[in-house]
Design a protein around this ligand. Structure first.
Ligand code: CP
Length: 306
């Protein structure tokens, strides 16, 4: 069996993104999962709670056996290359490999190394490049609530520059035909003008103007692990200037949904009252993550009908 990769949103054929999010919503509504055979491996060179655990639970719920390889306790620490590590796992007969790495392009590289093996490579986040399953689960969370893509106004707030979540989200929202896309953050955390990942996204230098009239606010964590400490804004100033504070959230209409991919830094990118408040969909996203990743496995392992 030849698996199908999920490397970024662009790696999805026309209609596949819509099919995946629709399938996730159906699974969340009680549709029966398909039964798959085989073993899958998770290889996370960066820390993770949501993505790693939900891929593992998703695998179990569709009948797959999942193993997690801890790179810190693998032969990576003895100098084994990424190519040799993924080739070794493929030689043991896995059907799919879920990969997270700090370096952009590692999942694509793994897919090239494993081209002859038929192993499906699933990107669980690579550097600042992509986090496609996060974007898909965010969209599924909104779809489950009946969002109307052509009229929706969505803003992402915070560290856009270093965010793989933002790049995948905007790629997906453009595909889905979202009515208006916005981004807002301090100048040092916004992307370079002309970056194609942010095409068609309106840029704001005033958070209150950016939040005016939106249907969805996506808060983004400052990606400290990808930023030189000297370039980091002061946390208190950042929170006051750019955080989704309780006061800012109060000015949003009651139907606005607040998303955050997690992990949340309470009191920095958003206030605890907002994270736990009525507009927050943060734990809905986490719940939907399992269903979306079940759909990803169904597609990856060729049991997915479009
Ligand atoms: N959103 C996300 O990728 O969270 P984790 O780092 O916990 O997987």
């Amino acid at each position: 069996m030849t698996g199908r990769h999920l490397l970024d949103i662009a790696s999805l054929a026309p209609g596949e993104a819509e099919a995946l999010i629709g399938r996730a919503v159906a699974l969340a509504g009680g549709a029966a999962p398909r039964r798959l055979d085989g073993e899958v491996a998770q290889l996370f060179w960066e820390p993770s709670t949501r993505t790693r655990v939900s891929f593992e639970l998703a695998a179990r719920r569709v009948g797959l056996h999942s193993i997690t390889v801890d790179p810190d306790r693998s032969s990576s620490v003895k100098g084994e290359t990424v190519d040799d590590t993924v080739g070794t796992l493929a030689a043991m007969g896995i059907a799919a490999l879920v990969v997270r790495h700090a370096e952009a392009g590692i999942p694509e590289r793994a897919a090239a190394v494993l081209a002859a093996s038929g192993v499906a490579v699933i990107n669980a986040g690579d550097g600042t490049h992509a986090h496609p399953s996060q974007a898909l689960l965010d969209a599924a969370t909104l779809l489950e609530e009946g969002i109307d893509w052509p009229t929706a106004r969505i803003v992402l707030l915070g560290d856009l520059r270093h965010s793989r979540v933002a790049r995948s989200a905007f790629a997906l929202y453009r595909r889905l035909g979202v009515g208006e896309l916005r981004m807002a953050g301090p100048p040092e955390l916004l992307p370079d003008p002309g970056d194609p990942a942010f095409a068609e996204v309106r840029r704001y230098d005033d958070p209150d103007a950016a939040l005016d009239g939106v249907d969805v606010v996506g808060c983004l964590r400052i990606q400290r692990e990808r930023i030189d400490a000297l370039d980091l804004p002061d946390v208190a100033t950042y929170h006051a200037s750019w955080g989704l504070t309780a006061a800012r959230a109060e000015r949003l209409s009651p139907g606005v949904r607040v998303l955050h991919p997690g992990p949340v830094n309470r009191g920095i990118e958003l206030d605890p009252e907002v994270a736990d408040g009525p507009r927050s969909r943060i734990l809905h996203q986490v719940r939907m993550g399992v269903f979306l990743r079940m759909a990803v496995y169904e597609r990856a392992l060729a049991a997915f009908d479009r």
